[in-house]
Design a protein around this ligand. Structure first.
Ligand SMILES: Cc1cc2nc3c(=O)[nH]c(=O)nc-3n(C[C@H](O)[C@H](O)[C@H](O)COP(=O)(O)OP(=O)(O)OC[C@H]3O[C@@H](n4cnc5c(N)ncnc54)[C@H](O)[C@@H]3O)c2cc1C
Length: 340
């Protein structure tokens, strides 16, 4: 059980990150929880290398660079972030007439005075390999998310996929893994062209192997993975390759999951909120792509505005003496400015 926070933020996408910043600016304690192993939500999981043109202050910014800036802004107040944890439950209590909550993940419990759901299009989970016995290989060399690259030190790695993540890991595991074989079912890639070129150059230099029109058929081993059978989709030829680890990078699937069962008003898969970003349950706020109200726009810019509204109202709910109106950051002592 963690210590009690003013605001527990579910989702560390752009909305959750901006909410963490705003909580810090308002002097509220908070923590962020995300199912992914990196912050940034859709920007990190789906389009890190795409340019965004409609975020205030940036004529053009790469999604991954925007996330970097938002994370830097968010974590200046040292809010803890708990990654790789899916929120699966919520306990509701009341303390001295005020709502109180415990946000439950697969591994921990987070008591909180209020909850801000910034869950976007739902919890992202890695798309699994379509193999019958896939479950038995988790913990034995099969990793569909990489939290600690050093575990691949000296290992022979089979990377499966043709998107940004597969290509990024082909580059980032150079000098860590003993050998990398990367396979993809076609010769078109969804990854950034510069990274594709980099990997093709590594393959041409004999530093790894890249095979297109090859798929994974089976994993073999005992206590750990020892080999894999791959096959050519063109010639149907099969080949058994000795590997220690298999890393599928096949994209993500997303689902609202258990949040839909918390008694919140849901409309077409989105959480209904008021103008103050309050849900139908006092103390639970929502912001960003996960919300709906008349005139809703699902954009990074609107998610940030909604995060600010939600946090200011949460702060006021916790302490009615704290005004909803935050004042101007340009005047604040917390940023080294002179209060007016
Ligand atoms: C290809 C593409 C291009 C885009 N381009 C633009 C653009 O140019 N401009 C623009 O404004 N918008 C763009 N968007 C939309 C933009 O990305 C979204 O509006 C934005 O990401 C919403 O942010 P969010 O934080 O609300 O949600 P998300 O980014 O979806 O983040 C939500 C986070 O919550 C986590 N989460 C959800 N449920 C749980 C749970 N139960 N437990 C733990 N964690 C959970 C998820 O893992 C995720 O990390 C684009 C979207 C796509 C797919």
């Amino acid at each position: 059980m963690q210590d009690v926070k003013d605001i527990t933020i579910i989702g560390a996408g752009p909305t959750g990150l901006f909410a963490a910043f705003y909580a810090g600016m308002r002097g509220a304690t908070c923590c962020l929880i995300d199912n992914l192993d990196q912050v940034g939500g859709q920007l990190t999981a789906l389009y890190p290398e795409k340019y965004i043109f409609d975020v205030a202050g940036f004529p053009k910014v790469l999604a991954k660079d925007l996330v970097k800036g938002m994370a830097e802004q968010a974590f200046q107040f040292k809010a803890p972030v708990h990654l790789g944890q899916k929120v699966i439950g919520l306990k509701r209590e009341s303390q001295n007439g005020k709502p109180a909550f415990t946000v439950v993940t697969e591994t921990d419990q987070y008591p909180s005075r209020t909850v801000l759901i910034a869950g976007g299009i739902g919890a992202f989970t890695p798309r699994r390999l379509p193999l019958k016995d896939v479950d038995r290989w988790y913990g034995k060399g099969l990793h569909d998310r990489i939290l600690e690259p050093r575990i691949f030190t000296g290992k022979r790695v089979l990377l499966v996929g043709g998107g940004d993540s597969a290509f990024d890991w082909a580059v980032n595991l150079q000098g860590v893994a003993q050998w990398i074989l990367m396979i993809h079912r076609r010769d078109g890639f969804r990854a950034h062209a510069a990274t594709v070129k980099q990997v093709q150059a590594l393959a041409a230099a004999g530093k790894m192997e890249l095979r297109t029109f090859w798929e994974l058929k089976a994993i073999h081993g005992g206590a750990v993975i020892e080999a894999a059978t791959i096959f050519s989709t063109k010639t149907k030829q099969e080949e058994r390759v000795a590997v220690d680890c298999v890393i599928p990078q096949l994209g993500f699937i997303s689902a609202l999951g258990p949040i839909a069962e918390w008694g919140l008003e849901i409309e077409k898969g989105d959480i209904k909120v008021s103008q103050t970003m309050e849900t139908n349950i006092i103390g639970i706020f929502a912001a960003g792509d996960i919300t709906t109200y008349p005139g809703k726009l699902k954009l990074i810019a609107t998610g940030a505005a909604e995060a600010a509204i939600a946090v200011n109202h949460a702060v006021h709910l916790i302490n009615p003496a704290a005004k909803v109106e935050p004042g101007h950051s340009s005047n604040m002592a917390i940023f080294g400015q002179t209060e007016d």
